[in-house]
Design a protein around this ligand. Structure first.
Ligand SMILES: [Fe+2]
Length: 414
């Protein structure tokens, strides 16, 4: 017999929810008040939540609303015959809410934990499922958030099960843009299985996994031993890969340290010091080009991308991947002035976090936020430096972390 947070038993199971998630009942409902268009719920902590009848009808969990096999919606609201309204509301002994809907004459049950978690009349109180972003300066820290992954890949991986190490790692990537795992296997190609613990890798013209090491006929500056300026990878694509993983297999060279910086901290510093340059870089579209011998990727986009709320969404900083600027004539000098302001910022020492790669190290970072760079390394002393890399999307990382949190909630209820 299981109990939820309020101590109810499964002798009176709560109604299903229109999803596969787990919704603990942390606060009980004490009173309902209903009008044709609205339900008001009063909770034991005094909060009063309001829900529209049309919203409730669309979010019911019964077989007329969602396909029970997929839990995807099958209801078409426009075919109900009239605007869905409420005729009666009942608070059940197990804490569920039962509502009678017109014009269908249908009685539908709602899970109190789900209602509380989707209380859109208190959007400010909705708990964030994913962690907030925290900007950082390299000068404030000695190393990336680092986790010991000894033995982790030897454990079975179950996408529905808890995995505290992966949960901590993905939390750090969403929060700080970067995490380092240590003591992973060093077999070439093992990155594929590591990445798939998060989600499917995104292949590119550099391969499904790519090898970062000096090679004789390079199709990227990354595949030489020269220093690399701070950059994101593949700004040359309409949609830059959201996540990059770099896995160190061998490193006994001199130099070649990793240098990472929070591109969003750089962008916010630019916004504070030079708002006019910031505005220019959110507006003028630069050319990003990777014109190799066998491919020709070109994309035009602003250097700083904002989301619909004006928050930072991505940076596209990579001097060696910019093609000729083809902007309106009057934008060209302001664009270059703004570019140089960014380049001066990138050279300021407070942003960079510098650390070495040991075999078995893996860094996972938000490729649309973090800038990575590298010192030159000496490829001619007999030493070797071999990283394997791959890309994923932010979507995969967010989905995986939501699944891990779901498993953690289920574990707390068991
Ligand atoms: Fe790179």
């Amino acid at each position: 017999m299981t109990h939820d947070a309020a101590g109810r038993s499964d002798a009176m199971p709560l109604p299903p929810t229109p999803d596969y998630d787990v919704w603990p009942v942390e606060v009980d409902i004490v009173r309902l008040d209903v009008t044709p268009h609205q339900l008001e719920v009063e909770w034991a902590d005094g909060r009063k939540s309001r829900y529209h009848s049309v919203w409730l009808r669309e979010n019911a969990a019964d077989d007329s609303t969602v396909n029970p096999a997929t839990r995807e919606r099958i209801l078409d609201l426009s075919r109900l015959g009239a605007w869905p309204t409420l005729e009666a509301a009942q608070l059940e002994a197990n804490g569920a809410v039962t509502l009678d809907f017109a014009p269908e004459g249908r009685r539908l049950a709602f899970h109190p934990g789900w209602l509380r978690a989707h209380d859109y009349s208190h959007l400010e109180a909705l708990p964030a499922v994913l962690p907030p972003r925290v900007h950082w300066l390299g000068s404030e820290r000695d190393a990336p958030t680092t986790l010991d992954a000894s033995g982790w890949m030897a454990q079975a991986s179950d996408p529905q099960a808890e995995d505290p190490l992966l949960s901590q790692a993905l939390d750090a990537v969403l929060r700080e843009g970067l995490v380092r795992l240590r003591n992973l296997p060093v077999e070439p190609g093992s990155l594929d299985a590591i990445a798939r613990r998060i989600g499917p890798p995104r292949p590119t013209n550099f391969g499904h996994l790519f090898d970062v090491r000096a090679k004789p006929d390079p199709d990227s500056n990354a595949y030489t031993s020269i220093a690399l300026a701070p950059h994101v990878d593949l700004p040359t694509r309409e949609y830059q890969p959201g996540v990059q993983m770099l896995h160190c297999l061998e490193n006994d060279t001199v130099g070649g340290e990793a240098i990472m910086m929070d591109g969003f901290a750089v962008a916010e510093t630019l916004r504070a010091r030079h708002p006019e340059h910031f505005e220019t870089l959110t507006r003028v579209r630069w050319c990003y080009a990777n014109t190799a011998r066998t491919s020709d990727h070109v994309w035009f986009a602003p250097m700083i991308g904002l989301d619909g709320e004006g928050e930072l969404d991505e940076v596209r900083i990579a001097d060696f991947l910019r093609g000729p600027l083809l902007a309106p004539f009057e934008d060209v000098e302001p664009a270059y002035a703004a570019l140089m302001a960014v380049q001066r910022l990138l050279a300021e020492p407070q942003f960079a976090l510098r650390f070495g790669y040991a075999p078995g190290d893996l860094v996972i970072f938000d490729n649309r936020r973090l800038l990575h760079a590298r010192d030159a390394f000496d490829a001619g002393t007999g030493g070797s430096r071999w990283l394997q890399g791959c890309y994923l999307e932010r979507d995969e990382l967010r989905s995986r972390l939501r699944m891990l949190k779901r498993a953690e909630r289920r574990g707390r209820l068991a």
